[in-house]
Design a protein around this ligand. Structure first.
Ligand code: FMN
Length: 172
């Protein structure tokens, strides 16, 4: 199973990116998780550009089309999802390859309830298949853990969520 991971933060020291890298390390046999590196290169969404799709967008579309599922981890900014993530999702609204794509959300900060709720609403509106049983909330905020430490301290919960993700994706 091929999983494409989106991180809503562009920070080099992003806790969400560290969580996704830790999760990639913990993937069970038969599952590969790739952290997409192109969200920061996407132009700002403009429907007029869709007629001649910018190369960075076409690259993301290909990656989304080729994956079996998406995994998203993103910070909350001012009670919303980040502009980086919203911009990427806006480029996927009219993309056929996104429809019914299974998606799981990993939330690294239980305080970030608004962005989590907004992201769920956006994904459902976009006809994604949200795999609720695979969504995970972990109290990582303010702890300064790197990916190795996240994998060591939360490996069991992450592995369990990935197992439920696999089951959810396969039960179509
Ligand atoms: C501009 C900005 C706005 C933020 N707004 C919120 C917020 O509304 N709620 C919240 O829980 N955290 C908020 N935060 C804190 C971030 O969620 C937190 O710093 C998180 O670690 C950032 O994720 P990252 O480490 O992956 O970059 C905000 C941070 C920034 C930079």
């Amino acid at each position: 199973m091929k999983v494409l991971a989106f991180c809503g933060s562009l920070r080099r020291a992003s806790m969400n990116a560290a969580l996704l890298r830790a999760t990639a390390r913990l993937a069970p046999p038969g599952m590969a998780i790739d952290l997409f590196d192109g969200l920061g290169s996407l132009p700002l969404f403009n429907p007029e550009l869709e007629a001649d799709m910018p190369a960075a967008v076409a690259r993301m579309h290909r990656a989304v089309e080729r994956c079996d599922a998406l995994l998203i981890a993103s910070p909350e900014y001012a009670h919303g999802i980040t502009g980086v993530l919203k911009n990427a999702l806006d480029w996927l609204v009219s993309f056929e390859g996104f429809v019914h794509k299974p998606v799981a959300i990993f939330n690294a900060s239980p305080r970030s309830v608004h962005a989590d709720a907004a992201l769920r609403e956006i994904l459902i509106t976009m006809s994604a298949r949200l795999i609720d049983t695979a969504c995970l909330e972990l109290p990582l905020r303010g702890r300064g853990l790197d990916e190795q430490q996240i994998a060591a301290s939360h490996g069991g919960e992450i592995r369990d969520a990935l197992r439920r993700f696999e089951e959810g994706v396969r039960s179509t």
